[in-house]
Ligand binder design. Structure first.
Ligand code: ADP
Ligand code: MG
Ligand code: MG
Length: 917
């Protein structure tokens, strides 16, 4: 090649490239864009282009790209120099397609100017319709349509919208009425008419006059008659609206970056207000509330634009169109099918019928409830509109929950009266008698009454009462408060932090505004919405649960079929195992029914609260020497053994990870004087002794004190007893009549040094050997540790030499990495959120960029010294879909979440795999 052709290419290409920077994209006979170009064309523009290119009836137009928005703000609100020319040419294009003229006296072209960001931002800016009308073109439109009333109706609508959106004539504040409405209402009163459609042509002409006067008075400038001036005014208003207060606020709320910008769509008008053979409406291709494959939507005859949502007239249900406009209905049905076939998702679309001709003005993926999300995805797969993988990715993992939670009976709910609002913390519906204490809750339940435990806050002492309640209501504390946490763990309905509610324990009242309720009165709470109602509301168990418990035949529940289908697909595509955090056989059974493949965390401390056990536990804690301690532990041993036996049996050969005693001992001791006295009597020691011991065990910061493996190192006999209980129970299972496997995995908590683990390991192996020898069985077991302090993560290669597995205890790992106590973040959390320091609650969704790095480090260091190290997570994060995706990327073998979240985790794990392979 010689130098000259190179040169030619250079000189010819470079300037063209610069000039040809494409800012305007047509749709219509010729279409430049498509659905993939959301970033450049905005959601609305991209889908208009897509629809036009597949031959759907879209009025022709063009999109000014989001890049122009960026340019506009980078250059002091100026447009690129080529824009004016391109827009003019694009208008010419529309003119020639329709045989109309923009600003023409005879057959004028009117356009709409519409905003359209990448993600829809409803209410950010009002669309301007009927642009191109002025004192001359309005006559042209009257003549060509043969309908002067229609032409003047369009004109008055246009002036109002333009005056408001572009010229800023609007109410000064919320309490003031819209100035255009004021003028319109005055005219209606003087003409004696009730609805706009009764205004005559002459009335509308008068209205136009008064509107123009209003604009002149308020803005000191005239309503523009030049159609090009109108167009640029409208385009400028759309771009300008990107930085208005409303839009900025919206972007903050939904984390939309300001750089994205909006596009502007200019589109030929079609008229739903051209007579009784015309209409405008919105429709969903399926029911967005329940996902049923029915045509869903509404329309208004002889109306335009926002009339449908504005509530001026009550719209008709789409089904009515079958009678009222049968031909249009058929055309609309065809479009419905076509849209779904093409976009492969439920569509929410806008349409207009002009003199019997159907036009589509917008389409997008429709928002839907959780139930609808599941049903639509499953049915669309069955209809071969999408693959199983695509269907799974269409369902927000949390949606599965809406198939599982109990619900209020809709009829009963209608009659109920709402008294307050709290934070929805545990989804579902609960109704019952008010109980102000855990003891009362337990007593009432034993009598056969249903109760809602109502407290200002809950504490670990209330656990049993919570277990006995239908639901939990607190007036203080946020979504990470104890009440909320336990509710999630146990799958209890919970509304927390209902500040409007005052609970007075002394008087035994619960007050909300003027409503005063007493203990024993009925109250109802909806943990999905946070609503609190007075009185009883009938509720129903979810169908899926009733099937799983055997109450309904699987074949008789469609909801169950949906559930099963999604679960089956999830299991097919996921690579991580799903375990559960469960301490009792009943929790374990529920989790297994939901698909849990093992227990990832059994907390043994909960086992020490029941009945007499707490006394032996306290005796053990208060013991002054090993002899006393051993004697108390001997009494606890049979209880522990029985618990583990039950758990192993319920898990039927699946692995069970048991964490040895973890919390600081003072948590087991009574705080109240009466109970302390009782304890002293029971143990036959002086009260002073009890008080002294409790004082001695006091810690300034128990979270960082004598807990976790430190307990077992200090008192090896505790580790010994627990280990013995585990292996005795396992032996009993293996010796049973039925041949069931058992796989205990013993987990040492709060390890930070290899030596800590080594110390406890010795005890475990020794006791295991003893039991196996005495019982003459061989038990397969593992010993591992939790990774829950930064030092453990950092020295994971060392620790892995001792461990068969790691389980990331991300609750504590978050607390210790952030230096933040979960229970003490209430004071500043709101401010942190407002300032976007935490973009989400680090205890609800894993802090991936901080804590996540420690996990990654521990994974690679751990596996570097032990390649087949088993890795899991058992913090609350294991039930959070975003955190589950992190775990997939980190290469963990399993996640372990609370029983009710097992189905969500199965789906989320499948999605994580599909997104990351
Ligand atoms: P939003 O984003 O708020 O939905 P749109 O730009 O979709 O705003 O416009 C709102 C309504 O205005 C549409 O639903 C449609 O009824 C009407 N509209 C917009 N453009 C046109 C047009 N070219 N012809 C007729 N009606 C239109
Ligand atoms: Mg719209
Ligand atoms: Mg912990």
């Amino acid at each position: 090649m010689t130098a000259s052709p190179k040169k030619t290419t250079k000189t010819t290409k470079k300037p063209t490239a610069r000039n040809a920077k494409k800012y305007v994209f047509a749709f219509g006979q010729k279409t430049d864009g498509d659905a993939t170009m959301r970033e450049l064309l905005g959601g609305k523009g991209a889908n208009l282009a897509e629809m036009a290119s597949i031959g759907l009836p879209v009025p022709p137009g063009f999109t000014i790209s989001t890049e122009v928005c960026g340019y506009y703000y980078d250059h002091g609100r100026q447009y690129p120099s080529s824009l004016m020319r391109t827009v003019k040419a694009s208008i010419k294009d529309i003119e020639s397609q329709l045989g109309k003229k923009f600003g023409g006296k005879n057959n004028p072209l009117l356009v709409s100017v519409r905003s359209g960001a990448r993600d829809s931002m409803p209410g950010m800016m009002d669309t301007i319709l009927n642009l191109g009308l002025n004192d001359e073109t309005v006559d042209g439109l009257a003549k060509v349509s043969g309908n002067p009333r229609f032409a003047w109706d369009c004109y008055r609508r246009f002036i109002q919208m333009y005056g408001d959106v572009v010229m800023g004539v609007e109410a000064a504040n919320e309490s003031e009425e819209d100035p255009f409405h004021k003028v319109l209402d005055a005219l209606k009163v003087s003409r004696g008419v009730k609805v706009d459609s009764d205004l005559k042509t002459a009335d509308l002409q008068e209205l136009v006059k008064r509107y123009k006067q209003l604009i002149a008075k308020k803005t000191k400038s005239a309503f523009p008659q030049d159609v090009m001036e109108q167009l640029w005014g409208a385009v400028g208003a759309v771009f300008g609206s990107w930085k208005n207060e409303r839009a900025i606020l919206y972007r903050q709320q939904y984390a939309i970056p300001a750089e994205w910008g909006t596009a502007v769509n200019v589109q030929a008008m079609v008229f739903g207000n051209a007579g009784n053979d015309s209409a405008t409406g919105v429709a969903f291709t399926r029911d967005p509330a329940n996902g049923k494959k029915v045509f869903y939507g509404e329309y208004l005859i002889n109306a335009q634009g926002e009339d449908v949502v504005a509530g001026v007239r009550t719209p008709n249900a789409i089904a009515d169109m079958q009678q009222e406009m049968p031909k249009s209905y058929k055309a609309l049905e065809k479009v419905r099918t076509r849209l779904e076939k093409h976009f492969k998702d439920m569509q929410d679309f806008e349409f207009t019928i002009e003199k019997g001709r159907l036009f589509i003005l917008q389409t997008r993926n429709g928002k839907r409830t959780g139930l609808a999300a599941v049903r639509i995805a499953v049915e669309m797969q069955k209809e071969r509109l999408m693959s199983q993988q695509a269907a799974l990715l269409k369902i927000p993992a949390e949606s599965i929950d809406s198939l599982l939670v109990p619900v209020f009976d809709p009829k009963s709910l209608k009659a109920a009266s709402k008294i307050a609002q709290g934070l929805p913390a545990g989804p579902g519906a609960a109704t019952g008698r008010i109980a102000f204490t855990a003891a009362k809750a337990e007593m009432e339940t034993k009598k056969g009454n249903k109760v809602v435990l109502c407290r200002t806050e809950t504490s670990p002492d209330d656990l049993k009462g919570m277990l006995h309640s239908q639901g939990i209501l607190t007036s203080r504390g946020g979504v990470s408060s104890h009440a909320a946490l336990v509710a999630r763990q146990l799958g209890k309905v919970c509304v927390c932090g209902a500040g409007d509610i005052k609970i007075n324990y002394e008087k035994g009242t619960l007050t909300a505004g003027r409503t005063v309720l007493n203990e024993g009165d009925y109250i109802s709470i909806d943990g999905s919405t946070g609503h609190i109602y007075k009185g009883m509301i009938e509720s129903a168990d979810s169908e899926v649960k009733r099937v799983l418990e055997g109450g309904i035949k699987p074949t008789n529940s469609y909801t169950y079929e949906l559930f099963q289908t999604v679960m089956k697909w999830s299991d097919k595509y996921r690579t991580m195992n799903i375990r559960t955090n469960a301490d009792t056989p009943s929790m374990a059974k529920q989790a297994v029914a939901f698909g849990a493949e093992g227990i990832g965390l059994c907390r043994t401390e909960h086992m020490f609260f029941d009945g007499d056990r707490i006394d032996y536990m306290r005796q053990m804690i208060l013991a002054v020497d090993e002899v006393q301690r051993r004697s108390a532990l001997r009494k606890l041993l049979p209880f522990q053994k029985k618990d583990f036996f039950g758990l192993f049996k319920a898990m039927n050969g699946r692995p069970v990870t048991i964490r040895l005693l973890d919390p600081p001992l003072h948590e087991f001791l009574p705080h109240d004087d009466v109970v302390r006295r009782q304890l002293a009597e029971k143990l036959n020691v002086p009260l002073d002794f009890v008080i002294e011991r409790i004082k001695a065990l006091h810690e300034e910061n128990p979270m960082l004190g004598c807990r976790g493996c430190r307990l077992g190192i200090l008192h090896p006999e505790i580790t010994e007893m627990q280990t013995r209980a585990i292996f005795e129970a396992a032996a009993q299972i293996l010796k049973g009549k039925k041949k069931v496997a058992v796989k205990p995995e013993i987990m040492i908590p709060l390890v930070g040094f290899r030596e800590e683990l080594a110390d406890q390991l010795k005890i475990v192996h020794r006791v295991a050997k003893e039991v196996m020898k005495a019982r003459k069985v061989k038990i397969d077991y593992l010993v591992g540790t939790m990774i829950e302090v930064p030092r453990a993560a950092i020295t994971a290669d060392e620790i892995a030499k001792e461990a068969d597995f790691f389980s990331f205890g991300t609750n504590d790992l978050t607390q210790t990495t952030l230096g933040l106590s979960r229970d003490d973040m209430g004071l500043f959390y709101d401010e942190y959120q407002r300032k976007e320091i935490y973009n989400q609650n680090p205890f609800a969704s894993l802090d991936q960029s901080g804590v996540g790095q420690l996990i990654d480090l521990a994974v690679s260091k751990g596996r570097s010294s032990k390649p087949n190290l088993k890795l899991g997570i058992c913090g609350e994060h294991a039930g959070d879909p975003a955190s589950i995706e992190f775990c997939q990327r980190a290469g963990l073998n399993y996640v372990s979440c609370s029983p009710p979240r097992v189905p969500i985790a199965r789906l989320a794990a499948a999605q994580a795999r599909l997104r990351n392979s």
